[in-house]
Design a protein around this ligand. Sequence first.
Ligand code: PLP
Length: 408
Amino acid sequence: MSALHDLPGIETLCIHGGHTPDPNKAHLTPLYASSTYTFDSTEQGIDVFTGKEPGYIYGRFGNPTIEEAERKIALMEAYGLKDENGEALQLYAILHASGMAALTTMLLSNLKAGDKVITHPSLYGGTQEMLEKIFPGLGIQHLILDMRDEAAVSHVLETDKSIRMMYLETPANPTLQCVNLKSLSALAKKHGLVVCADNTFSTPLLQQPFAYDVDFVMHSTTKFLNGHGTAVGGVLVGRDAKRMDTDVKKMHRLLGGNSNSFEAFLLNNGMKTLPLRMERHCSNAMQVATFLEQHQAVSRVNYPGLPSHPDHALAAAQMKAFGSVISIELAGGFDAAVAFMNKLKVCTNAVSLGTCDTLVSHPASTTHYGVSREQRIAAGISDGLIRISIGLETVADLIADFEQALKN
Ligand SMILES: Cc1ncc(COP(=O)(O)O)c(C=O)c1O
């Protein structure tokens, strides 16, 4: 992007950021449907392979469609931030086949047998299952602690020197609990820990964890970044460009969790409307949350934008707006939740979130099915909890749909 100002507006960046002109003058970077790339000579192939010359090698290692998405996301996460020398922060992003693939690359690039991860309750169910069911087999354990109690976190970090990573998800899926990125990251750095934040729910537009010195940010791009529910994807963004370009990239290539042209193409186009979409997502969610909170059939509304949310002040300090995801509990518990979901007409009963249409799901039987009931309940994910990803429909239609579905 040839910038007219040092810092273009965020809308301009989301549209033009990361784009390089196509040699055949296609307006949009085309889908590179080629598994391999040719060399002019064996010598040139050696130069490209050894990094002496830029160029594409093999589809698993990346291609122009994928790289455009990577550059755009890195620019979005770094937007307006400075590095320790006061220069514009430069980040490095690697696109993956899914959020889980990005998480795997991040964990395996930073941890070895004997290391531990410290994290909090209420994480995306797949992340929790990964830490619980896969990593212990590699000798990597985890510790779940209520990270809103920073004295307890500090005590654990003082006493257990095998903790090497802090993993934060804020707001967390699906309880919308928030943790303090600034103070927890500072605490982690004091003890030499690697810090990673899952920024899926917020997107870089609402929250920038790199402002708080974290090392990595990951996203399920399947959600708001794509925005249309057309592709599964994930991204890992790192602060240390040299490490990202060497051992993290090596891990990504060898694990084989690469993205592909089609999904990257859809992601590139989706991200162009992210600022507009997030504005409407947030305003619709605030209105729906306010409506649900005053409804007598609803016993609890979790939305960080509501002053009644226990983490409202923290969310207001570290987020520009409060996002689109709400979770609720009904006075009638599980049975009422099932009946409510079955009666919805405008909203769609499906997992996932961040799409144009409003998606309603039941975490205990879907996204968190693999997490033990005991752990679910401890994390605040009751049997009757309903997660709602508020879409871009006319808000009056959404409220009318919820109102009719809440009637006995
Ligand atoms: C917060 C969060 N992180 C990570 C993931 C995993 O992403 P993916 O499904 O793209 O692998 C999800 C999926 O729902 C999520 O909600």
